[in-house]
Design a protein around this ligand. Structure first.
Ligand code: HEC
Length: 206
């Protein structure tokens, strides 16, 4: 009995030892596997992270390049638009300047025309005055320098206003210098103020 027990003990011990070894071995294997797995997972995770970072960097670079290109395009567009606006403004200014110059030219030419017309009107007035003076020339001389009937003053070159007021006074019957006022009244009785003005201007110009 004692031997059997001892034997059992040895066997149990042996068995236990064997089992312990196997368990140890299995545990060791498992640990190794876990370690391997963890190592491998960690490596893949690191690899994946690296890849993701690289991808993100590439994407960021591409996006940045895109944004830069777009900004460049926009800047070019703005530049072109600004240049167009400046050119348009310059053209408008040129056109306005040309129009102003043209208007000034036209105004100048119109002014010249109107001066010419006035001058020619003045000439024709003088012609009217000259025509009116024809009937006066018999006594006052063709150049207005004859003393009419030896009695009047020389009328050529007298100021227009003086001639006008004298002729108006003869017409009204209020002037009589040498006793021949009524004779002169008869000469100018039918003359209008315009006629008197025209003939006075003509006599003054002689
Ligand atoms: C028939 C001759 C005669 C004719 C024509 C005649 N006159 Fe006279 N005129 C005289 C005499 C004379 C006097 C002086 C009158 C007086 O006694 O105030 C005179 C005086 C004048 C005076 C004033 C001169 C002065 O300075 O005192 C003027 C101006 C004048 N005549 C202009 C004219 C005009 C213009 C006409 C034509 C529309 C004209 N006469 C036609 C004879 C004439």
């Amino acid at each position: 009995m004692k031997n059997l027990t001892l034997l059992s003990l040895v066997a149990a011990t042996l068995l236990f030892t064997a089992c312990g070894d196997k368990t140890k071995e299995a545990a060791g294997d498992a640990a190794n596997k876990v370690t391997e797995a963890v190592k491998s997972d960690t490596a893949s995770a690191v690899e994946a992270t690296k890849q993701a970072a690289a991808d993100a960097a590439t994407a960021t670079q591409a996006k940045a390049a895109e944004v830069t290109a777009a900004a460049g395009d926009k800047a070019m567009e703005l530049k072109e638009a600004a240049a167009t606006k400046v050119a348009d403004a310059a053209t408008a200014l040129k056109e306005r300047a040309a129009a102003t110059t043209q208007a000034a030219k036209e105004a100048a030419s119109n002014a010249v025309d109107s001066v010419k017309k006035t001058a020619s009107a003045a000439v024709s007035d003088n012609a009217a005055g000259k025509a009116l003076f024809a009937k006066c020339a018999g006594c006052h001389g063709a150049n207005g320098k004859t003393k009419a009937l030896g009695k009047s003053a020389v009328i050529a070159g007298e100021p227009v206003a003086d001639l006008e007021s004298k002729l108006a006074a003869y017409k009204a019957g209020t002037r009589n210098v040498a006793g021949m006022g009524m004779l002169m009244k008869g000469q100018v009785a039918a003359m209008s103020d315009e006629d008197i003005k025209a003939v006075a201007e003509y006599i003054s110009s002689l």
